[in-house]
Write a protein of this length. Structure first.
Length: 205
């Protein structure tokens, strides 16, 4: 696009860019940029739809089924990878496995009070996927966070009720004690096992 654009052209480009970004963020196999552009032009020019509503509904239905099938396969793969990782991890020295399947490793054992489910605590944490991808970290932000023990994922709730203040533990959390079949945001896919380094700094209330 030329730098000698009008205000109208700039806004028009921005609209097209936003639409393109939405497609890029939520892609489906076989998307045709040319067909997308043609649909946009036809709508703007008032061209009559060349396909019936039934044809369009059938096409969207088929693509939706394909995407759901693909997501299901990806979820199975992630679940299997997480289960395999945790099975091997459980064999390592220093790993404790609870009845729920939560695994933890004590890095530093504190000597303070232990929170209850109704406590509010201050923690520092660093969260990764099992491949090492960082998805959230109060450590990286340089700002600890306060939250209720009973208001977080089940793996955290269980671990915090075992940790004395001053402790730093590494938690290995199976998907059913994390975000399960929902996942969370773009980084945590459904059925993902998670790893957290958690430092319990204080019981706030």
């Amino acid at each position: 696009m030329s730098n000698n654009y009008s205000t109208e052209e700039l806004v028009s480009y921005g609209i097209g860019r936003q639409m393109g970004q939405q497609l890029a963020d939520n892609p489906f196999d076989g998307v045709s940029p040319a067909a997308v552009a043609q649909g946009l032009l036809d709508a703007l020019n008032g061209v009559e739809m060349p396909y019936s509503n039934e044809q369009m509904q059938a096409a969207f239905g088929e693509i939706n089924e394909r995407m759901q099938a693909k997501e299901a396969e990806q979820s199975k793969t992630l679940a299997a990878a997480g289960e395999a990782f945790l099975a091997e991890n459980a064999k390592k020295a220093g790993i404790t496995v609870t009845a729920s399947g939560l695994q933890y490793e004590v890095i530093t054992q504190g000597s303070g009070a232990i929170p209850t489910k109704t406590s509010k605590v201050k923690t520092h944490y660093h969260g990764t996927l099992i491949d090492g991808t960082v998805f959230d970290s109060s450590v990286n932000r340089g700002q600890p966070i306060d939250f209720p023990v009973g208001g977080v994922i089940a793996g955290w709730t269980e671990a915090l009720q075992l940790m004395p203040v001053g402790s730093k533990w590494r938690l290995y959390i199976p998907h059913n004690l994390a975000y399960g079949e929902r996942g969370a945001g773009a980084s945590i896919k459904p059925y993902s096992a998670l790893i957290f380094d958690v430092e319990l700094l204080d019981i706030v209330s």
